[in-house]
Write a protein that binds this ligand. Sequence first.
Ligand code: F0G
Length: 434
Amino acid sequence: MPAELICFEERCRARFPITEAIYNCPHCNGLLEVSYPPPATPPAALKRIWRERRASNAPLEQSGVWRYREIIPFLDSFDAVVTLREGNTPLLAAPRAAQYGGLDALVFKHQGFNPTGSFKDNGMTCGVAQALRLGVERVACVSTGNTSASMAAYASAAGLQPIVFIPHGNISYGKLAQALEYGARTLQVEANFDQILALVRTLAERLGIYLLNSINPFRIEGQKSIVVEMLDQRDWNPPDWIVLPGGNLGNTAAFGKALRELHAWGFIAKMPRLAVIQAEGAAPFYELMRTPPHSFRPVTDPRTLATAIKIGDPVSWPKASREVTCSCGMVEKVSEQEIADAKAIVGQCGIGCEPASAATLAGIRKLTAAGSIAPSADVVAVLTGNLLKDPDYIYRYHTGKLEAPDGTAIQPTFGKLPIIVPNDTYKITEALRP
Ligand code: F0G
C-alpha cells in the first residue's frame, strides 16, 4: 500500500491520492494526515542504517530529515529534494536551566541551529519537495515570522517563487529581514495571523498557489524528524517528557504522530509524554484541554510579546488535542514575565533562544512547582528558534524597557545592563571592579 492522504476525523477517514493538492478533507473539511504502512526494514536494521548515514558526504544523508526517509516515504524519487542540511540540531545539557526549572537535569533540543534558525526548516524541506512534485511554481504561507523565513529560503533554493503574508508590525525584524533577503514577495497585511490565514486559504485556491503553512500535511511529516533525530541522539531511550511551545500546534501534531508511529512500528518501547506550553494571552489550547467538555473557543485578540506563538485560532488543535491525550500529556500557560525571565536563564546557560522557545522553561518551572513533573524526570525541552531572531526584545529586557502587551513593565530580573564608560583607564577599571 503506497502513501496516502487520510482524513483525520474518526467519523470520516476518507482516503485520497498523495498527489492531490488539498489541505482539508473535501468531504468533511477535516484535517489531513499522510498515512503509510510500517517500513519494510526492521527497526534494528534501520537504526543502524540511519547511524551509518551520518558519516556520509551525500546531501540527502547529511540532512537530519531525509536521513530518516524510511519513515516519511511519500516521494517516489528523491532526485528533486532540496536540502540546506536541515536538522542535525544538538541536544544541550543545561544545568543552570534545570535548577531554575526545578529539575535535577534538563536537556534542550535546539532547533535554532537550523539553516534559517528555526524548527520550520525540518518541515519546509518536505513541503517544498511535495510542491516540486506537484509541479507548482508559486508557494505561499501566512506567518508569524519563522515559517516565512524558512519557506522563502527553501522555495528560492528550489527555484520556486515564495509569497509571504505577515501580520503588519507583529513580527520581529530578524524574521522579516530573512524573508526579504531570501527573495520572497512579502505582503504585510493589516490583520492578525488568524485573519490572514483565513483569507489566504481562499486566495491560494483561486490563484493556484500551493500553501506551505503547517496545515500542509507534508510539513508535519518533516517535523516528525525532530523527534526521530532526538531519539537517535539518545540511542533510542525515550525521555519521560518532551516539552514544547504551542502556537498553531503543527509541531505538537508532528511530535505526537512521530511518537505514535515509532511506538507502533517497534522503534521505542515507551511513549514520552508531551507538555505543550502557551503564552497566557494566546492560550486557546490550554483552555480547551483544561475545561471539559473540551469545546474549542478561539481567542479573537491574541496578545503576547512572544510573537511566534501569537495565535488565537490554531489550525491543528484537533490533531494536537488527540496527541496530547494519547501521550498522557499536559498543557500549561505562562505569563509574559515568566517567559522573559526563563529566556534570560536560557541565555545564561550560553545557549539562548527566542521568546516563544523560552515558554518551555517557564512551563517546566510551573509544572514542577505544581508536582506535575517530578524533579527526577528525564526531560527534553525543544527550543524552537534562535536567539538572534528577536534582538529588540533582548535589548529591551536587559535595559528594563520591555513592556507586556497590556503596558505592564516587565522586570529585568536577570538583566545585564550595558555600561557606558568614558575612554579612561581608571574609570574602566572602576567599572570592572567585582
Ligand atoms: N516557536 C517558534 C519559534 C515558532 O516560530 C512557532 C510558530 C512556534 C514555536 C509554535 O509552533 O505553530 O507548530 O505550534 N511559528 C509559526 C510561524 C506559526 O508562522 O512561523 P506551532
